[in-house]
Each structure stands twice: as structure tokens, then as C-alpha cells.
Design a protein around this ligand. Structure first.
Ligand SMILES: [Zn+2]
Length: 423
């Protein structure tokens, strides 16, 4: 590979970033698709698509145009007024400690529940250095445009590019540790307080923390699926196969890791008082994405930094069974949640008496409709998340606090320390 090939992707990515930033700062308002019909977005077979509603939209060229959440600007400036604790990753929001009264309300809500469904989103993983999409430090704010299902399926080049970047990011992404939020939820589940744990995240951090039977609404990067025969297989053997087929890329990624290209370390360096311009630029360039992709910076002899084109020469094998296209088993934007999974989570939401949403703005309809279903079934809805959410108008209890801090304290509360006794 690959150096020249890698270089072109890098240029392409930088161009994309420049155009996104341009769109973001443009004074032209982004039109919102706010009609109820646009909100539903059902496919012919009745399945729901994972699309960004009302706030974001897919542009004509297939790129994602990120919108602004109501109140997001005030929220961001509020966060900036507080100093960031040294131990808090840059991906997590800075928030004051949870108020005792709110903590008690959350504990009471869980303690009184008979059927508790927990729904988690990207905000649950920001304290593990995985960026969310819409927070002030989120991927959209830094020019990230997720690939759509249609883009992936339509172009072998897009598939190569996706897999090359995902290949480069996997080593780090698969090594991320769960945080206190995942651990607190796992403990509550082990004691019987959580009847269903549904996550929008693809990072497997709930399972790493010890949670079981996690329903991964949008799939996971830890599994590969064939779009021809539907066969699924674990990611690591596929990663090993990619390394064998692409020794140059494997060597290159190894050298980056050895050179200490650690995303979080780069971020922390850039946040120090007196950080150099170069350190800040490095942090901007080497970014982890919510789905585990990275953008890889390369230093050229002339001192310029560019991203290598990991796409062109990258070899992605077809499915060994049927020759079909292999894709991470993740629901990309523009794709639908598989019908059986969709039906199951909807039933759980309808039947629960309490739903606790952790770290999600519920802007993705496949998650928002679960909160609506819980309310429609006379369930109580509590949201523990930073910033505004799509369900704020119907929420029974809203708490803006760090998920890790809140859930560690909730799980340690005397009222929830013992296993739940079935009613
Ligand atoms: Zn196949």
C-alpha cells in the first residue's frame, strides 16, 4: 500500500472536513424536516429507519448535515465556565456534581419500579473517551460525517475506505475500558433491578463491565455481517485476516501505536495550559469516532501533516460462504434496525413501568420511539443526560449530571444494594 494510496484518502478527508466546517459556520439556516410524516420514516415493510430527524439531514451528495439542538449553545457555554477535572476525558461534558435531591429521586424511581428498562446512548461512553455525536466535544462538532448504508453498499471504494479506517482504529477502540456508568448499571442488573438493558452504542462497554443480555439496538463493531447470506462472525478474526491481506497497513498501524499516537493522550496534551499550537493541531487531526474509526495523521518530510489514503490499495475479502459484501454488524445511518430486534425493544418499552434513559439526546428515532412507547404504556420516563433531549417535553424526571458519577452513587445507595424482591 500504500503510502501514496493512503495519502489520497487523507487529502479527501481533509477536504471533507473543510467543507463540513464551512457548512457549520454558514449563516444559512439548515432546513428542518419537522413534519410528522418525515419523522416516521417507515420503510415499505414497516421497519423504521435509523435516520436523523428534525435536526440533522442527509445532503444531496449523501453527506450528513448536522443541525443544532435547541439550547445547545447555552449548554455549551455553561459547560465551559467550569474547570475540567484532570481525570475527566475531553470527550465527556463538564457538569456540577449531581444534587442530592435528584440523586434520591433517581434512586426512588428505580426502587419503586416493577419492570425497569434502561436505554443508553453515546453519553454513557463519553467518560470512556468515546466521543458522542452532538455534545460540545461531539463528533459532529469536529466535522464527522458518518457513512450512510447506501454509500457503503453502492461503492466498493467506500467499503475499502471504511474498512481501512476501521482497521486502523480497531486496536484502540477494542481496548477501551468501561466507566463508572457501565459498572453501576451492571451492578444494578446483577442485583435484579434492571429488567432490560438496551443500548444505542456499538462499543460493547456494557458487556465489558459485566452486564449480560444487552440488546444492541444499532448492532456492534465487534461483529461482522455478510450482506448476502446474513452470516455473522466475530470481529477479531476478521481483523487478523485484514492484517494478513494488508501487511503494509498492519505495519503502519503498529508503528502509529508504537509511536504513542494515543487519541486521549493527544487530547489531554492539547488541553494543558500552555499547549503548543502543534499539540492542539495533533489533537484535532487524530480523532477517535463514535464507531471506532480514526483519522490518521502522517507527518511528511516538509512538516505538513496529512491523512493517508487507507482506501485505495486496501484489500477487503468477500464472504467466504457466498462472496457477499462484508460489513460491520452496525446499523449505519439510512439503514433500518432489523425487524425482530425492533419488535422486541418496542414490546419491552410498551410493557415497562419505568424507563431510564442514560446519556442519549434521543434524536435518533429508533431510540426516541421507545421513550414514546414507554409513556404511551403509562410508564414513567426518567432521563439522565447532559443537554436537551427530544423527549424533554414528556419526561417525568430529567437529571443533567455525569452518568458515571450518578450511576456509581445510585448503585452504591443502601436502597439498591440488596437484590430486588419480585413483587
Ligand atoms: Zn455471505
Amino acid at each position: 500500500m500504500h503510502k501514496s494510496a493512503l495519502r489520497s484518502l487523507c487529502r479527501l478527508l481533509l477536504r471533507q472536513k473543510a467543507s463540513t466546517n464551512h457548512a457549520r459556520y454558514s449563516s444559512t439556516p439548515v432546513p428542518h424536516a419537522s413534519s410528522p410524516a418525515a419523522d416516521l420514516q417507515t420503510t415499505n415493510d414497516g421497519d423504521l429507519r435509523r435516520v436523523e430527524f428534525s435536526q440533522d439531514r442527509i445532503g444531496r451528495d449523501g453527506s450528513l448535515i448536522a443541525g443544532t439542538l435547541p439550547g445547545k449553545q447555552e449548554h455549551a457555554s455553561q459547560q465551559q465556565r467550569q474547570p475540567r477535572p484532570a481525570t475527566l476525558p475531553a470527550t465527556a461534558p463538564v457538569l456540577p456534581p449531581i444534587a442530592e435531591a435528584q440523586l434520591q429521586q433517581l434512586v426512588d424511581l428505580i426502587a419503586d419500579s416493577r419492570q425497569l428498562v434502561v436505554l443508553t446512548g453515546a453519553g454513557c461512553s463519553t467518560e470512556s473517551s468515546v466521543p458522542d455525536y452532538r455534545g460540545p466535544q461531539g463528533a459532529y462538532s469536529t466535522g464527522f460525517k458518518p457513512i450512510t448504508h447506501q454509500q457503503f453498499m453502492a461503492s466498493p471504494q467506500a467499503q475499502k475506505r471504511y474498512w481501512a479506517r476501521s482497521f486502523a482504529g480497531w486496536h484502540e477502540f477494542s481496548d477501551i475500558h468501561p466507566n463508572a456508568a457501565h459498572e453501576g448499571l451492571a451492578r444494578l442488573q446483577q442485583r435484579g433491578w434492571v429488567d432490560a438493558l438496551i443500548t444505542q452504542n456499538v462499543d460493547r462497554l456494557h458487556q465489558k463491565a459485566g452486564a449480560t443480555d444487552v440488546i444492541e439496538l444499532h448492532g456492534t463493531t465487534h461483529r461482522v455481517i455478510c450482506m448476502g447470506c446474513g452470516d455473522t462472525s466475530p470481529r477479531q478474526p476478521f481483523q487478523d485476516l485484514l492484517a494478513e491481506l494488508n501487511p503494509g497497513a498492519a505495519e503502519y498501524v503498529k508503528s502509529l501505536v508504537a509511536a504513542g499516537h494515543d487519541v486521549e493522550a493527544a487530547r489531554q496534551r492539547s488541553l494543558r495550559v500552555g499547549a503548543s499550537e502543534e499539540e492542539m493541531r495533533q489533537a484535532q487531526l487524530f480523532k477517535r469516532r463514535p464507531d471506532g474509526d480514526v483519522e490518521v495523521p502522517v507527518r511528511r518530510p516538509d512538516g505538513d501533516v496529512e491523512l493517508q489514503d487507507a482506501g485505495k490499495g486496501f484489500i477487503v475479502p468477500p464472504c467466504p460462504n457466498c462472496g457477499g459484501i462484508l460489513k460491520p454488524d452496525v446499523v449505519f445511518f439510512g439503514d433500518g434496525v432489523p425487524p425482530a430486534r425492533s419488535k422486541r425493544v418496542l414490546e419491552l418499552a410498551e410493557e415497562c413501568d419505568t424507563m431510564l434513559v442514560v446519556g442519549s439526546s434521543l434524536m435518533v428515532y429508533s431510540a426516541f420511539r421507545l421513550s414514546k412507547a414507554a409513556k404511551a404504556g403509562n410508564g414513567r420516563l426518567a432521563i439522565l443526560s447532559a443537554g436537551p433531549t427530544r423527549a424533554d417535553s414528556m419526561v417525568d424526571l430529567k437529571v443533567e449530571a455525569l452518568a458515571g458519577e450518578a450511576l456509581a452513587r445510585i448503585a452504591a445507595h443502601p436502597a439498591l444494594l440488596l437484590p430486588r424482591v419480585a413483587a
